[in-house]
Design a binder for this molecule. Structure first.
Ligand code: DSN
Length: 426
């Protein structure tokens, strides 16, 4: 077969784009070269519907081993008792948990998308808001923190079957014990989506949800720095305490219901090549090197928050406990959409993001979300955060000066050369 130079050239261009710019999208990261390269492996050729030791296809004895390794390693990472590593994404992981425990029309209560929540936590444009009756809680206007009183009030009024915590654009710690108490008072399950802070929770830098939440879902490619994918985790108590009946009235273990919800519920053949790569990434998470990395993320994010505040930017909630900041640009008279475009011209990548109680649409927004996992992987430390904030400040102050933005891009490109990305690729 002839080499497809068109596509390989685009892949090369993407590598160069990743190398030259400052990557601040909070949900992105640079997986290690062994994680990236292991995704392009021959296990993509294998069908393995089912689970290790119980498949619907022959020839699974090798992929059984990689999948089991991935399961064992991620259980060790989070000190939990059950893992399903097959979800293709975080959205699939959430869909599977909901399929396992809800019936269409059941009520779910999650953080509103415009307040930092995720599409799969009940947005009307997502399956979660179409199949289930979604109710939302928010954050407090005065301080940007989760409004637990509102959560409790809505839970008592609506009696949801599932309460979802975790977020995509929330920079603060969660009170999992409080959420579990509320859930217990209305007999609801709790799903915690740790897609964003998983790598920090893995290293004990943020509270662990496992003691309080029945289900924990995650992506594997954000702070966890693995291949693109999802996973579902549980502590044993969730398996033992809650026994549900299946369609035939048989009592099933929760773990069994979750397994069946992933396959055959919402997915067919698992991506065993990606699961092999997940196993490698989870092995990396267990290292001391990853501990140092995770600590640096938090230090960088907090230093960056202070630098933004020093330059007159408003941070929702006033700072961060994790890897991201939500910046409210209303005092800078620029929309999130415009800021994203301007920063793009300077080779700085962020995403526009609604801020709590935003008066602009999701397409325009009043804010940007900024995260440090990727630049921390590039080797940046506290002293580099002020430099990045200076670039951002200068770009936004020269929003209509393309010449200035062009020279800023050159400065950014020069700066990034100090932090090589995949040098082995030449
Ligand atoms: N799209 C991801 C994010 O950027 O947070 C969440 O799925």
């Amino acid at each position: 077969m002839q080499k497809d130079t068109v596509v390989f050239d685009l892949i090369r261009q993407e590598l160069e784009r990743q190398r030259r710019g400052i990557e601040l999208i909070a949900s992105e990261n640079f997986a290690s070269l062994q994680v990236v390269q292991s995704m392009g492996n021959v296990m993509t050729n294998k069908y393995a519907e089912g689970y290790p030791g119980r498949r619907y296809y022959g020839g699974c004895e090798i992929v059984d081993q990689t999948e089991q390794l991935a399961i064992d390693r991620i259980k060790q990472v989070f000190n939990c008792d059950y893992a399903n590593v097959q979800p293709h994404s975080g959205a699939q992981a959430n869909a599977a948990v909901m399929l396992a425990i809800l019936r269409p029309g059941d009520k779910i209560l999650g953080l509103d998308l415009s307040m930092g929540g995720h599409l799969t936590h009940g947005s009307p444009v997502n399956f979660s808001g179409k199949l289930y009756e979604a109710i939302s809680y928010g954050v407090k206007k005065e301080n940007g923190l989760v409004d637990y009183e509102m959560l409790e009030k809505k839970a008592r009024e609506e009696k949801p079957t599932l309460i979802i915590c975790g977020a995509s654009a929330y920079s603060r710690e969660w009170d999992y014990a409080r959420i579990r108490n509320i859930a217990d008072s209305v007999n609801a399950f709790v799903l915690c989506d740790i897609a964003h802070p998983a790598g920090l929770i893995a290293k004990g830098l943020l509270d662990s949800p496992f003691e309080h939440c029945h289900f924990v879902t995650s992506t594997t490619h954000k702070t966890l720095r693995g291949p693109r994918g999802g996973l579902i985790l549980m502590k044993k108590d969730a398996e033992n305490t809650f026994r549900l009946k299946d369609a035939k009235g048989n009592t099933r273990m929760m773990s069994n219901l979750i397994d069946m919800a992933v396959f055959p519920g919402i997915q067919g053949g698992p991506l065993e090549h990606v699961i092999a790569s997940k196993a490698i990434a989870f092995g990396e998470t267990l290292t001391e090197e990853f501990t140092v990395y995770a600590k640096q993320i938090v230090q960088n994010a907090q230093t960056m928050a202070r630098s933004f505040i020093d330059r007159g930017f408003e941070i929702v909630s006033g700072g961060t406990d994790n890897h991201l900041l939500l910046i409210d640009l209303r005092n800078k008279s620029i929309s999130g959409k415009k800021a994203e475009q301007i920063l793009g011209k300077a080779d700085i990548t962020v995403n526009k993001n609604m801020v709590p109680y935003d008066d602009k649409s999701a397409f325009v927004t009043s804010g940007i979300r900024v995260g440090v996992p990727a630049v921390t992987t590039r080797g940046m430390k506290e002293e580099h955060m002020a430099i990045i904030v200076d670039y951002i400040d200068e770009a936004l102050r020269n929003a209509d000066d393309d010449h200035k933005l062009d020279s800023l891009a050159k400065a950014v490109n020069g700066f990034m050369q100090k932090f090589p990305l995949y040098p082995e690729l030449g």
